[in-house]
Design a protein around this ligand. Structure first.
Ligand code: NAI
Length: 328
């Protein structure tokens, strides 16, 4: 039988953690033939709550779950980690400027990057969920110089899944009828969900919609502001859907994307599509042999170009801020 895979989850006692851990332990992250060991990282005040979640995980008697360890020290939590799900982050407080937010998150993602560099397994794969996810991933990556840069990624899969459903509802088709949708740029309100390269039952999705006003005034803002709409309705931010997207991202990274389709993930840019090299930006991606690849050769129309550039510009500014703060 297969050796267990060590999965480190930060922010394990938070609401995404609560939705995520049970799905990992049941085999949905890596597949039903792969045993897992969970390594939970929390701040000291939340360790007790993480212990409570661990008790519930025990009580599920998951056949694939071979152990749960709980830490309040990043160096220990990332020891031997094969997968790192970096969920815990510092939320934006009242009146907090972007610089303050990035500074506070630097205090989390710098030591976690160092811990990954020092102790993670050679095949470590990192997904940053905690916001601002793209730039937090950049901070962690820059403190892990011995880990291949491509192993640091950030999550835009929730945005991708949200866009799939909005489009399916508009055209009254099934999710399965839609292929090649892309989220470009930053996981923020500037993200660009692109229908111009997407297909619905083999025809161009933007043409199938045939309504630029809906695309600009309804579809794009609905996808980009969905997080706020969830908070407004639920009284708490997206948790189960975020956990689901994290599962999708790592599952596809490890197991590959289906032939004839692609997905969206924020990965280090190689300069494709004019995105400055090194920025962790969302692209159309496929995964083969455990590696993400950016889909090449797509035509970018003028409208899309403007949207992509605006979101990438925001990432450039975030990177410049964390540079000034000495965090990268
Ligand atoms: P939460 O507040 O319920 O949980 C966060 C947990 O992280 C808390 O238990 C906290 O104690 C822990 N934590 C804080 N600092 C830590 C550290 N240094 N080490 C380990 N744990 C630490 O928040 P929730 O709802 O679980 O969300 C987590 C993050 O995910 C937030 O930053 C949120 O904005 C982000 N998010 C990202 C999405 C995406 O699409 N990329 C979607 C939804 C949420």
């Amino acid at each position: 039988s297969k050796a267990p895979v060590n999965i480190t989850v930060t922010g394990a006692a938070g609401q995404i953690g609560y939705a995520l851990l049970f799905r990992i332990a049941s085999g949905q992250l890596l597949g039903a033939d792969t045993p897992v060991k969970l390594r939970l990282l929390e701040i000291p005040q939340a360790v007790k709550a993480a212990e409570g979640t661990a008790m519930e995980l025990d009580d599920c008697a998951f056949p694939l779950l071979q152990g749960i360890d709980i830490f309040d020290d990043a160096n220990k939590a990332f020891e031997g980690a094969n997968v790192g799900l970096l969920v815990g982050a510092r939320p934006r407080g009242k009146g907090m400027e972007r610089g303050d937010l990035l500074q506070a998150n630097g205090g989390i993602f710098k030591p976690q990057g160092e811990a990954i560099n020092a102790g993670a397994a050679d095949d470590i794969r990192v997904l940053v969920v905690g916001n601002p996810a793209n730039t937090n991933a950049l901070i962690a990556q820059s403190h892990a110089p011995d880990v291949p840069a491509e192993r640091f990624t950030a999550m835009t899969r929730l945005d991708h899944n949200r866009a799939l459903t909005q489009l399916a509802k508009k055209l009254n088709v099934s999710i399965n009828d839609i292929k090649k949708l892309t989220i470009w740029g930053n996981h923020s309100a500037t993200q660009y969900p692109d229908l111009f390269n997407a297909e619905v039952n083999g025809t161009n999705a933007a043409k199938a919609v045939g309504d630029q006003a809906w695309l600009e005034n309804d579809f794009i803002p609905t996808v980009a502001k969905r997080g706020a709409a969830i908070i407004e309705a639920r009284g708490a931010s997206s948790a189960a859907s975020a956990a689901n997207a994290a599962i999708d991202h790592v599952h596809d990274w490890v197991n590959g994307t289906p032939e004839g389709d692609w997905t969206s993930a924020a990965i280090p840019s190689d300069g494709s599509y004019g995105v400055p090299e090194g920025l962790i930006s969302s692209f159309p991606v496929t995964s083969r042999n455990g590696r993400w690849e950016i889909v090449q050769g797509l035509e970018i129309d003028e409208f899309s170009r403007g949207r992509i550039d605006a979101s990438v510009q925001e990432l450039v500014e975030e990177r410049d801020t964390v540079k000034q703060l000495g965090l990268v």
